[in-house]
Design a protein around this ligand. Structure first.
Ligand code: PEP
Length: 257
């Protein structure tokens, strides 16, 4: 199975989000083999987009969450509220939030602990800066992010985790990593997750994110060790997103033969 996650970021109003969600649904209609598709609109559009997605094969996700369950936290949205709003997935540790919303490793860890008390699937974003990569420390840096995010997190037999390897230098720059970079990093990510859970197994998907579009998606998706893609900018361009879904479908059909 391949997973395709669209992070709409702070784009689209409610009406536009509903129209775009309908567009995504049109592109999956009539196809039996489909990747897992998750779309993450802004908080304001979640409930209307949810209505569009009911009883479809496209799931709803949120782009962020707060660090507490309920309480006097003006402006925050808790994971329990996201659950209530129909989200099945939530992105945490996105580099934009790490950089601009003080989402430190400690905060990401607190969020992981809250998510695992719900049925939502965490989409944990990790990735190094250009300087860290140039210094040859990318693998170590990402392994440390994973270790910090998963420290003390308890899992059960049905727990699922998506880790998105998103090198910061590739996000929104048009400069994607190579599939070889992503494959190499995924090995380290799988090892770090295994170590963090003391060898206990978890349903783990490792996806790549960073300037994925309709043209380059196939080269990532065709790699057996890349379980999918997290798409930002191209996820709000319907032709690009359709092409990414089609690439996922083609790979799944080819690999099932
Ligand atoms: C992202 O924001 O998670 C992302 C991968 O963005 P983009 O696809 O625009 O690089």
């Amino acid at each position: 199975m391949k997973t395709i996650i669209g992070n709409w970021k702070m784009h689209l109003g409610i009406r536009e989000s509903v129209a775009h969600a309908r567009g995504v649904l049109r592109s999956v209609m009539g196809h039996e083999v489909l990747p897992e598709i998750v779309i993450c609109p802004s908080f304001t559009a979640l409930s209307e987009v949810r209505k569009v997605l009911v009883r479809t094969r496209v799931a709803l996700g949120a782009q962020a969450m707060g660090t507490e369950r309920f309480g006097a936290f003006t402006g925050d949205v808790s994971v329990a509220q996201l659950d209530d709003a129909g989200c099945g997935f939530v992105i945490i540790g996105h580099s934009e939030r790490r950089a601009m919303n003080a989402e430190s490793d400690t905060v990401v860890n607190a969020k992981m602990k809250l998510i695992t008390q719900t049925s939502l699937v965490p989409v944990l974003c990790v990735g190094e800066s250009k300087d860290v990569r140039s210094a040859g420390k990318a693998e170590v840096f990402v392994a440390q992010q994973i270790e910090a995010a998963l420290r003390g997190v308890t899992i059960n037999a049905s727990s699922r985790l998506i880790v998105a390897y998103e090198p910061i230098w590739a996000i929104g720059t048009g400069l994607s990593a190579t599939p070889a970079d992503a494959i190499a990093m995924n090995v380290g990510i799988r090892e770090a997750v295994k170590k963090a859970f003391g060898g206990k197994s978890i349903a783990l998907s490792v996806v790549y994110g960073g300037s994925v579009n309709g043209e380059n998606a196939y080269q990532f998706l065709r790699e057996p060790s890349i379980d999918g893609v997290l798409v930002g900018g191209a996820s709000i361009k319907i032709h690009d997103f359709e092409a990414i879904i089609a690439a996922g479908r083609d790979v799944m059909i080819a690999q099932s033969v």
